[in-house]
Design a protein around this ligand. Sequence first.
Ligand code: PLP
Length: 381
Amino acid sequence: MFKSAESLPVYLDYNATAPLRPVAREALLAALAAPANPSSVHGFGRAARKIAESARESVAALAGAAPKRVVFTSGGTEANNLALRLAIRQAGVTRLVVAAIEHDSVLRPARAAGLPLVEVPAGPDGIVDPAAIVAALDGGEGPALVCLMLANNETGAVQPVAEVTRLAHARGALVLCDAVQAAGKIPLDLAALGCDFLTLSAHKLGGAAGTGALVCRDDWTPAPLLLGGGQELGQRAGTENLSGIAAFGAAADAARAGLAAEAARLAGLRNRLQGLLTAACPAAPVHAGHAERLPNTLCIGMPGVPAETQVMALDLAGVAVSAGSACSSGKVTPSHVLTAMGLPDQAAREALRFSLGWASTAADVERAAAAWIALQGRSIK
Ligand code: PLP
Protein backbone atom coordinates (compact mmCIF):
# COMPACT_ATOMS: atom_id res chain seq x y z
CA MET A 1 0.00 0.00 0.00
CA PHE A 2 1.35 3.43 -0.92
CA LYS A 3 1.99 5.82 1.90
CA SER A 4 2.78 9.48 1.46
CA ALA A 5 5.81 10.85 3.32
CA GLU A 6 3.52 12.65 5.78
CA SER A 7 1.81 9.42 6.79
CA LEU A 8 5.05 7.47 7.35
CA PRO A 9 5.84 7.06 11.02
CA VAL A 10 8.58 9.27 12.38
CA TYR A 11 11.33 7.19 13.98
CA LEU A 12 13.07 8.96 16.86
CA ASP A 13 14.34 5.95 18.79
CA TYR A 14 17.91 5.63 17.48
CA ASN A 15 19.34 4.85 20.91
CA ALA A 16 17.20 1.69 20.90
CA THR A 17 18.34 0.79 17.41
CA ALA A 18 19.25 2.83 14.35
CA PRO A 19 17.80 2.02 10.94
CA LEU A 20 20.25 0.16 8.72
CA ARG A 21 22.35 2.62 6.72
CA PRO A 22 22.13 2.06 2.94
CA VAL A 23 25.89 1.35 2.74
CA ALA A 24 25.57 -1.19 5.54
CA ARG A 25 22.67 -2.87 3.77
CA GLU A 26 24.76 -3.11 0.58
CA ALA A 27 27.69 -4.59 2.45
CA LEU A 28 25.41 -7.02 4.27
CA LEU A 29 23.75 -8.25 1.08
CA ALA A 30 27.09 -8.52 -0.74
CA ALA A 31 28.47 -10.67 2.09
CA LEU A 32 25.42 -12.93 1.89
CA ALA A 33 25.78 -13.39 -1.85
CA ALA A 34 28.39 -16.16 -1.64
CA PRO A 35 29.17 -18.99 0.78
CA ALA A 36 31.24 -17.25 3.37
CA ASN A 37 33.12 -19.08 6.10
CA PRO A 38 36.30 -17.10 6.80
CA SER A 39 37.94 -20.25 8.20
CA SER A 40 37.72 -22.09 4.86
CA VAL A 41 40.99 -22.20 2.94
CA HIS A 42 39.47 -22.12 -0.56
CA GLY A 43 38.80 -18.99 -2.57
CA PHE A 44 35.34 -18.37 -1.07
CA GLY A 45 36.80 -18.63 2.40
CA ARG A 46 39.66 -16.28 1.55
CA ALA A 47 37.21 -13.73 0.13
CA ALA A 48 35.16 -13.99 3.32
CA ARG A 49 38.28 -13.52 5.44
CA LYS A 50 39.10 -10.39 3.44
CA ILE A 51 35.65 -8.94 4.13
CA ALA A 52 35.99 -9.65 7.87
CA GLU A 53 39.48 -8.16 8.12
CA SER A 54 38.50 -5.06 6.18
CA ALA A 55 35.53 -4.58 8.54
CA ARG A 56 37.87 -5.10 11.50
CA GLU A 57 40.03 -2.25 10.21
CA SER A 58 36.98 0.01 9.87
CA VAL A 59 35.74 -0.76 13.39
CA ALA A 60 39.26 -0.31 14.79
CA ALA A 61 39.51 3.07 13.05
CA LEU A 62 36.20 4.13 14.59
CA ALA A 63 37.53 3.22 18.05
CA GLY A 64 41.04 4.60 17.48
CA ALA A 65 42.49 1.14 18.11
CA ALA A 66 44.72 -1.38 16.36
CA PRO A 67 42.69 -3.89 14.27
CA LYS A 68 44.27 -6.86 16.04
CA ARG A 69 42.69 -5.65 19.30
CA VAL A 70 39.13 -5.94 17.94
CA VAL A 71 37.18 -9.12 18.75
CA PHE A 72 33.81 -9.39 17.01
CA THR A 73 30.93 -10.53 19.21
CA SER A 74 27.17 -10.96 18.93
CA GLY A 75 26.61 -7.43 20.21
CA GLY A 76 27.27 -4.97 23.00
CA THR A 77 25.78 -7.33 25.58
CA GLU A 78 28.20 -10.12 24.77
CA ALA A 79 31.13 -7.71 24.58
CA ASN A 80 30.37 -6.35 28.06
CA ASN A 81 29.97 -9.85 29.51
CA LEU A 82 33.20 -10.97 27.84
CA ALA A 83 35.10 -7.98 29.23
CA LEU A 84 33.85 -8.53 32.78
CA ARG A 85 34.71 -12.19 32.59
CA LEU A 86 38.18 -11.41 31.23
CA ALA A 87 38.82 -8.94 34.03
CA ILE A 88 37.65 -11.32 36.73
CA ARG A 89 38.89 -14.69 35.51
CA GLN A 90 42.05 -13.71 33.67
CA ALA A 91 43.20 -10.35 35.04
CA GLY A 92 42.55 -11.35 38.65
CA VAL A 93 40.14 -8.57 39.58
CA THR A 94 38.63 -9.20 43.03
CA ARG A 95 36.16 -6.30 43.34
CA LEU A 96 34.00 -4.14 41.12
CA VAL A 97 33.21 -0.43 41.08
CA VAL A 98 30.37 0.15 38.65
CA ALA A 99 28.48 3.31 37.73
CA ALA A 100 24.85 2.86 38.74
CA ILE A 101 23.77 4.32 35.37
CA GLU A 102 25.41 1.48 33.39
CA HIS A 103 23.40 -0.60 30.96
CA ASP A 104 22.02 -3.88 32.31
CA SER A 105 24.56 -5.78 30.21
CA VAL A 106 27.21 -4.41 32.61
CA LEU A 107 25.17 -4.15 35.81
CA ARG A 108 23.73 -7.65 35.71
CA PRO A 109 26.93 -9.63 35.12
CA ALA A 110 28.64 -7.39 37.69
CA ARG A 111 25.95 -8.23 40.28
CA ALA A 112 26.10 -11.91 39.35
CA ALA A 113 29.89 -12.10 39.71
CA GLY A 114 29.73 -12.68 43.47
CA LEU A 115 32.50 -10.15 44.16
CA PRO A 116 32.37 -7.07 46.41
CA LEU A 117 30.56 -4.46 44.34
CA VAL A 118 30.09 -0.72 44.78
CA GLU A 119 27.48 0.92 42.55
CA VAL A 120 28.33 4.60 42.23
CA PRO A 121 25.38 6.95 41.63
CA ALA A 122 25.46 9.89 39.24
CA GLY A 123 24.90 13.51 40.17
CA PRO A 124 21.62 15.28 39.30
CA ASP A 125 23.26 16.36 36.03
CA GLY A 126 23.62 12.71 34.97
CA ILE A 127 27.41 12.68 35.35
CA VAL A 128 29.31 10.30 37.62
CA ASP A 129 31.75 12.26 39.78
CA PRO A 130 35.32 10.90 39.44
CA ALA A 131 35.82 11.64 43.15
CA ALA A 132 33.01 9.18 43.96
CA ILE A 133 34.78 6.47 41.95
CA VAL A 134 38.03 7.24 43.72
CA ALA A 135 36.29 7.05 47.11
CA ALA A 136 34.90 3.63 46.17
CA LEU A 137 38.31 2.44 45.03
CA ASP A 138 40.04 3.78 48.15
CA GLY A 139 37.36 2.25 50.35
CA GLY A 140 38.35 -1.33 49.49
CA GLU A 141 41.34 -3.51 48.85
CA GLY A 142 42.55 -5.68 46.02
CA PRO A 143 42.64 -5.29 42.26
CA ALA A 144 39.47 -3.63 40.99
CA LEU A 145 37.59 -3.19 37.74
CA VAL A 146 35.86 0.15 37.18
CA CYS A 147 32.94 0.17 34.73
CA LEU A 148 31.98 3.57 33.34
CA MET A 149 30.13 4.04 30.08
CA LEU A 150 31.16 6.81 27.69
CA ALA A 151 27.64 8.10 27.11
CA ASN A 152 24.41 7.11 28.76
CA ASN A 153 21.70 5.53 26.61
CA GLU A 154 18.81 7.35 28.31
CA THR A 155 20.10 10.86 28.98
CA GLY A 156 23.01 11.00 26.53
CA ALA A 157 25.23 12.38 29.34
CA VAL A 158 28.90 11.99 28.42
CA GLN A 159 30.96 10.60 31.29
CA PRO A 160 34.49 11.65 32.33
CA VAL A 161 36.06 8.37 31.25
CA ALA A 162 39.58 9.65 30.52
CA GLU A 163 39.85 11.26 33.96
CA VAL A 164 38.40 8.23 35.72
CA THR A 165 40.80 5.95 33.86
CA ARG A 166 43.78 8.04 34.92
CA LEU A 167 42.66 7.96 38.57
CA ALA A 168 41.78 4.25 38.43
CA HIS A 169 45.10 3.27 36.84
CA ALA A 170 46.96 5.22 39.52
CA ARG A 171 45.25 2.87 41.98
CA GLY A 172 46.05 -0.27 40.00
CA ALA A 173 42.48 -0.73 38.73
CA LEU A 174 41.36 -1.73 35.25
CA VAL A 175 38.62 0.15 33.38
CA LEU A 176 35.81 -1.10 31.13
CA CYS A 177 34.15 1.59 29.05
CA ASP A 178 30.85 0.75 27.33
CA ALA A 179 31.01 3.00 24.27
CA VAL A 180 27.93 1.46 22.62
CA GLN A 181 25.95 4.71 22.57
CA ALA A 182 28.85 7.08 22.03
CA ALA A 183 30.34 5.34 18.99
CA GLY A 184 29.50 7.13 15.78
CA LYS A 185 27.92 10.06 17.65
CA ILE A 186 30.97 11.66 19.26
CA PRO A 187 34.69 11.11 18.51
CA LEU A 188 36.11 7.95 20.01
CA ASP A 189 39.79 7.42 20.75
CA LEU A 190 40.84 4.45 22.83
CA ALA A 191 44.32 5.91 23.39
CA ALA A 192 42.90 9.20 24.71
CA LEU A 193 40.35 7.43 26.91
CA GLY A 194 43.08 5.11 28.15
CA CYS A 195 40.57 2.45 29.25
CA ASP A 196 41.55 -1.21 29.15
CA PHE A 197 38.38 -2.55 27.52
CA LEU A 198 35.94 -0.79 25.23
CA THR A 199 32.69 -2.23 23.89
CA LEU A 200 30.71 -1.45 20.75
CA SER A 201 27.46 -2.48 19.08
CA ALA A 202 26.77 -2.30 15.34
CA HIS A 203 23.03 -1.64 15.40
CA LYS A 204 23.34 1.58 17.36
CA LEU A 205 25.27 3.20 14.52
CA GLY A 206 23.39 1.91 11.50
CA GLY A 207 24.76 -1.61 11.22
CA ALA A 208 22.71 -4.73 11.88
CA ALA A 209 21.69 -6.02 15.32
CA GLY A 210 23.57 -9.12 16.43
CA THR A 211 27.08 -7.79 15.91
CA GLY A 212 29.36 -5.96 18.30
CA ALA A 213 32.95 -5.82 19.39
CA LEU A 214 35.21 -5.92 22.39
CA VAL A 215 38.30 -3.78 21.92
CA CYS A 216 41.23 -4.34 24.29
CA ARG A 217 43.93 -1.72 24.76
CA ASP A 218 46.71 -4.17 25.57
CA ASP A 219 47.31 -7.66 24.37
CA TRP A 220 44.62 -9.30 26.44
CA THR A 221 43.28 -12.49 24.90
CA PRO A 222 39.75 -13.03 26.17
CA ALA A 223 38.84 -16.65 26.81
CA PRO A 224 35.68 -17.37 24.80
CA LEU A 225 32.33 -17.47 26.58
CA LEU A 226 31.37 -20.51 24.51
CA LEU A 227 33.79 -23.29 23.74
CA GLY A 228 34.03 -24.33 20.13
CA GLY A 229 36.17 -23.54 17.10
CA GLY A 230 39.19 -21.27 17.25
CA GLN A 231 37.59 -18.32 15.45
CA GLU A 232 38.63 -14.74 16.26
CA LEU A 233 42.09 -16.02 17.23
CA GLY A 234 40.53 -18.31 19.82
CA GLN A 235 38.79 -15.44 21.59
CA ARG A 236 35.24 -15.99 20.38
CA ALA A 237 34.15 -19.37 19.10
CA GLY A 238 31.57 -19.87 16.37
CA THR A 239 31.52 -19.24 12.63
CA GLU A 240 31.62 -15.50 12.11
CA ASN A 241 28.41 -13.57 11.36
CA LEU A 242 30.06 -12.28 8.20
CA SER A 243 27.13 -10.26 6.87
CA GLY A 244 26.71 -8.53 10.23
CA ILE A 245 30.45 -7.90 10.45
CA ALA A 246 30.52 -6.49 6.90
CA ALA A 247 27.60 -4.18 7.71
CA PHE A 248 29.31 -3.12 10.96
CA GLY A 249 32.43 -2.13 9.00
CA ALA A 250 30.43 -0.14 6.45
CA ALA A 251 28.38 1.60 9.15
CA ALA A 252 31.54 2.42 11.12
CA ASP A 253 33.13 3.99 8.03
CA ALA A 254 30.01 6.02 7.27
CA ALA A 255 29.62 7.20 10.86
CA ARG A 256 33.29 8.18 11.13
CA ALA A 257 33.44 9.98 7.77
CA GLY A 258 30.70 12.46 8.51
CA LEU A 259 30.95 12.61 12.27
CA ALA A 260 31.59 16.30 12.98
CA ALA A 261 29.07 17.61 10.44
CA GLU A 262 26.46 15.05 11.43
CA ALA A 263 26.91 15.77 15.13
CA ALA A 264 26.35 19.48 14.46
CA ARG A 265 23.28 18.73 12.33
CA LEU A 266 21.78 16.44 14.97
CA ALA A 267 22.53 18.86 17.81
CA GLY A 268 20.69 21.53 15.82
CA LEU A 269 17.65 19.28 15.38
CA ARG A 270 17.71 18.09 19.00
CA ASN A 271 18.01 21.63 20.29
CA ARG A 272 15.10 22.73 18.10
CA LEU A 273 12.99 19.86 19.50
CA GLN A 274 13.98 20.71 23.06
CA GLY A 275 13.21 24.38 22.44
CA LEU A 276 9.73 23.61 21.06
CA LEU A 277 8.84 21.28 23.95
CA THR A 278 10.13 23.49 26.74
CA ALA A 279 8.49 26.58 25.21
CA ALA A 280 5.14 24.74 25.22
CA CYS A 281 5.70 23.27 28.68
CA PRO A 282 8.17 25.34 30.71
CA ALA A 283 7.80 22.94 33.67
CA ALA A 284 9.12 20.00 31.62
CA PRO A 285 12.46 18.89 33.10
CA VAL A 286 15.25 18.16 30.62
CA HIS A 287 17.30 15.42 32.25
CA ALA A 288 21.06 15.97 32.02
CA GLY A 289 20.17 19.12 30.10
CA HIS A 290 23.12 21.00 31.55
CA ALA A 291 25.64 18.24 31.00
CA GLU A 292 27.71 17.52 27.93
CA ARG A 293 25.31 15.27 26.04
CA LEU A 294 25.23 13.16 22.92
CA PRO A 295 24.05 15.48 20.15
CA ASN A 296 21.14 13.20 19.24
CA THR A 297 19.51 12.60 22.63
CA LEU A 298 16.77 14.42 24.52
CA CYS A 299 15.37 13.01 27.76
CA ILE A 300 12.44 15.11 28.92
CA GLY A 301 9.58 14.70 31.37
CA MET A 302 5.92 15.65 30.95
CA PRO A 303 4.77 16.50 34.47
CA GLY A 304 1.84 14.36 35.59
CA VAL A 305 1.87 12.03 32.55
CA PRO A 306 3.48 8.58 32.81
CA ALA A 307 6.04 7.90 30.10
CA GLU A 308 4.10 4.84 28.90
CA THR A 309 1.08 7.06 28.20
CA GLN A 310 3.30 9.44 26.26
CA VAL A 311 4.88 6.62 24.26
CA MET A 312 1.46 5.23 23.31
CA ALA A 313 -0.03 8.62 22.44
CA LEU A 314 2.97 9.48 20.27
CA ASP A 315 2.82 6.07 18.65
CA LEU A 316 -0.83 6.69 17.72
CA ALA A 317 0.29 10.02 16.24
CA GLY A 318 2.93 8.17 14.19
CA VAL A 319 5.97 9.07 16.26
CA ALA A 320 8.19 6.30 17.68
CA VAL A 321 10.06 7.12 20.89
CA SER A 322 11.01 5.29 24.10
CA ALA A 323 10.43 5.49 27.81
CA GLY A 324 13.78 4.61 29.32
CA SER A 325 15.95 2.05 27.60
CA ALA A 326 14.36 -0.25 25.05
CA CYS A 327 15.82 -3.33 26.72
CA SER A 328 13.79 -2.57 29.83
CA SER A 329 10.65 -1.33 28.12
CA GLY A 330 7.57 -3.30 28.96
CA LYS A 331 8.30 -3.14 32.66
CA VAL A 332 6.73 -0.37 34.68
CA THR A 333 9.56 0.23 37.12
CA PRO A 334 11.12 3.69 36.84
CA SER A 335 14.33 4.00 34.91
CA HIS A 336 17.31 2.93 37.04
CA VAL A 337 19.39 5.57 35.29
CA LEU A 338 17.16 8.44 36.38
CA THR A 339 16.77 7.14 39.92
CA ALA A 340 20.57 6.78 40.09
CA MET A 341 20.69 10.52 39.35
CA GLY A 342 18.58 11.10 42.46
CA LEU A 343 15.29 11.75 40.64
CA PRO A 344 12.14 10.90 42.60
CA ASP A 345 10.33 7.82 41.26
CA GLN A 346 7.48 9.83 39.79
CA ALA A 347 9.76 12.13 37.76
CA ALA A 348 11.69 9.06 36.58
CA ARG A 349 8.40 7.47 35.43
CA GLU A 350 7.48 10.56 33.39
CA ALA A 351 10.68 10.78 31.35
CA LEU A 352 10.58 10.21 27.62
CA ARG A 353 13.58 9.71 25.37
CA PHE A 354 13.77 11.17 21.88
CA SER A 355 16.86 10.00 20.01
CA LEU A 356 17.72 11.10 16.50
CA GLY A 357 20.08 9.79 13.85
CA TRP A 358 21.29 9.66 10.30
CA ALA A 359 17.86 9.74 8.61
CA SER A 360 16.21 12.23 10.98
CA THR A 361 14.94 15.45 9.43
CA ALA A 362 13.64 18.84 10.51
CA ALA A 363 10.14 17.69 9.50
CA ASP A 364 10.45 14.71 11.90
CA VAL A 365 11.24 17.07 14.74
CA GLU A 366 8.28 19.32 13.95
CA ARG A 367 5.89 16.35 13.87
CA ALA A 368 7.25 14.89 17.09
CA ALA A 369 7.00 18.22 18.83
CA ALA A 370 3.43 18.76 17.62
CA ALA A 371 2.37 15.31 18.88
CA TRP A 372 3.97 15.79 22.29
CA ILE A 373 2.59 19.31 22.68
CA ALA A 374 -0.91 18.16 21.70
CA LEU A 375 -0.79 15.44 24.37
CA GLN A 376 0.48 17.90 26.93
CA GLY A 377 -2.41 20.25 26.09
CA ARG A 378 -4.91 17.40 26.53
CA SER A 379 -3.33 16.29 29.78
CA ILE A 380 -3.45 19.70 31.50
CA LYS A 381 -6.50 19.84 33.74
N1 PLP B 1 25.31 -0.85 26.24
C1 PLP B 1 24.47 0.19 26.05
C2 PLP B 1 24.83 1.51 26.64
C3 PLP B 1 23.29 0.04 25.32
O1 PLP B 1 22.48 1.08 25.15
C4 PLP B 1 22.99 -1.24 24.80
C5 PLP B 1 21.71 -1.47 24.07
O2 PLP B 1 20.70 -0.86 24.34
C6 PLP B 1 23.90 -2.30 25.00
C7 PLP B 1 25.04 -2.07 25.73
C8 PLP B 1 23.64 -3.68 24.46
O3 PLP B 1 23.99 -3.75 23.09
P1 PLP B 1 23.37 -4.92 22.18
O4 PLP B 1 21.96 -4.55 21.91
O5 PLP B 1 24.22 -4.89 20.93
O6 PLP B 1 23.54 -6.18 22.91
